[in-house]
Design a protein around this ligand. Structure first.
Ligand SMILES: Cc1cc2nc3c(=O)[nH]c(=O)nc-3n(C[C@H](O)[C@H](O)[C@H](O)COP(=O)(O)OP(=O)(O)OC[C@H]3O[C@@H](n4cnc5c(N)ncnc54)[C@H](O)[C@@H]3O)c2cc1C
Length: 412
């Protein structure tokens, strides 16, 4: 077992670390200052510093690193991308700087793998260039969407058109001033087998019948300029060639989309945990109470040690899931992807919570990045499937494997 990074991953880690230290982290305050602060999302503008950083990152070759397909991206394996995504997780602005932000990454993967040439030319090319942004519309307010087969919004085929109706929410990125389209998932064939009923459809944001009803705050923050929106679709008529891969094939695409996307979230969550631990240590060693640095009080050293162990374990599990995807495909990695999807956000939340505690009142202010990091980690325990759904999948597979092993032993 070789734990070393490949040579090209090592070189990229070094360049990305330098770029993060010299360009991205120092720009966080500028970015925040350049946000409009407006309650009306229609007033939101892209902070100019983001476009400047994107141009620099692209010129430096630190661009689309998530895409394994050479020709579109850097051609890295998931194992090679993992430490880079982790570094990006240190800063809330970094993923967009490197064109590696969700949900655009998942949407780009879908278009690379399943898009027609015409769909790629119209929607993928500008996304790859970082000129546009996109959203992914699966979750619905009216049904428990942790069970994706519940989806009720429709994408009905009528002659040479597909007609969208329904309401979606928590569509991340919809408020971004550069957002131009969504991937809408809806019911096309209600009588077909459960996983052959839904389609994915490319829908321009300015199509007649599409209305962004409101933005949803997360812990009182609208995540400007990206935003999470609630959108209504009323008789939205689109040419049939906007359906991806074919009607009824939505779940087939979703399986391919969510595997790598989920572990990208986990890789970044490890970065969140690392940044929180770094902030915790800096504060605990430089502030004094009761005649000692905070680190020497109570069980604070144990907290640091426990976090270091938890982060190392989470990183190893992330890398194992990435390695399985690389070597045996998403299907073979299903349990490990769910395992890390439960573990990584929990470790990140634990690390940020501990860092907030050691900062005292400052921890819940805006002077440190901790509040935003906490919200990010907490939300990840819901997005892309709540913890319980992943636990259910892990247990089901485990029991099945144990029973198969017992049956094989009994038959031997
Ligand atoms: C900030 C944010 C961004 C998001 N971005 C997107 C996006 O871009 N696009 C998109 O389509 N969606 C997005 N989502 C939606 C997210 O994926 C859903 O919230 C999630 O899938 C859960 O669906 P739900 O909210 O309908 O919860 P429900 O399905 O109503 O579930 C609620 C709770 O029920 C419990 N539960 C559910 N199933 C089980 C089970 N099997 N066992 C035990 N308990 C269970 C869990 O505690 C769960 O949290 C986002 C959500 C958030 C918060």
């Amino acid at each position: 077992m070789d734990f070393a990074h490949s040579e090209r991953a090592r070189a990229l880690i070094e360049r990305l670390s330098r770029f993060m230290r010299d360009e991205v982290v120092p720009a966080e305050h500028v970015y925040t200052a350049e946000l409009s602060g407006s309650a009306d999302w229609r007033q939101w503008r892209q902070p100019p510093v983001m476009e400047a950083l994107k141009a620099k990152a692209r010129a430096a070759g630190l661009w689309n690193l998530f895409l394994p397909e050479a020709g579109h991206g850097a051609g890295l394996s998931n194992v090679e991308y993992a430490p880079l995504a982790e570094l990006m997780g240190h800063s809330f602005i970094a993923p967009e700087v490197f064109n590696c932000n969700a949900p655009d990454t998942g949407n780009m993967e879908v278009l690379v793998r399943y898009g027609s040439d015409a769909q790629k030319a119209r929607w993928l090319t500008p996304l790859l260039a970082g000129e546009t942004r996109s959203a992914f519309c699966m979750t619905e307010p009216g049904v428990a969407s942790s069970d994706a087969t519940n989806m009720q919004a429709t994408a009905l085929i009528e002659g040479d058109q597909v007609v969208l109706n329904g309401r979606k929410w928590w569509s991340t990125g919809i408020g971004h001033p550069h957002c131009r389209f969504v991937i809408f998932m809806g019911l096309s064939h209600p009588d077909a087998a459960v996983h052959e009923r839904h389609s994915m459809v490319l829908c321009p944001l300015d199509a007649p019948g599409v209305k962004v009803e409101r933005m949803l705050p997360v812990f009182h923050d609208y995540d400007e300029p990206s935003g999470h929106g609630e959108i209504s679709f009323t008789d939205v008529r689109l040419p049939l060639d906007q359906v991806i891969l074919g009607s009824g094939r939505g779940f087939e695409i979703a399986q391919g989309r969510l595997g790598p996307g989920r572990i990208h979230h986990c890789m970044r969550a490890i970065g969140v945990a690392e940044r929180a631990l770094a902030l915790l240590c800096a504060r605990a060693t430089t502030r004094t109470a009761f005649g000692k640095p905070l680190i020497k009080l109570g069980g604070n050293e144990d907290i640091v040690a426990d976090l270091r162990m938890a982060i190392e374990q989470a990183r190893l599990l992330t890398l194992k899931a990435a390695w399985l995807i690389d070597t045996q495909g998403v299907k073979a990695a299903i349990s490990e992807i769910s395992q890390i999807k439960v573990v990584a956000p929990a470790v990140a939340q634990q690390a940020v919570d501990a860092a907030i505690q050691i900062h005292g009142g400052a921890g819940v202010s805006d002077d440190f990045a901790l509040v935003a990091l906490y919200a990010h980690a907490r939300v990840l325990r819901l997005a892309d499937g709540p913890d319980e759904v992943h636990r259910g999948l892990i247990a089901k597979r485990e029991v099945r494997a144990q029973m198969a092993a017992a049956a094989a032993q009994a038959g031997a």
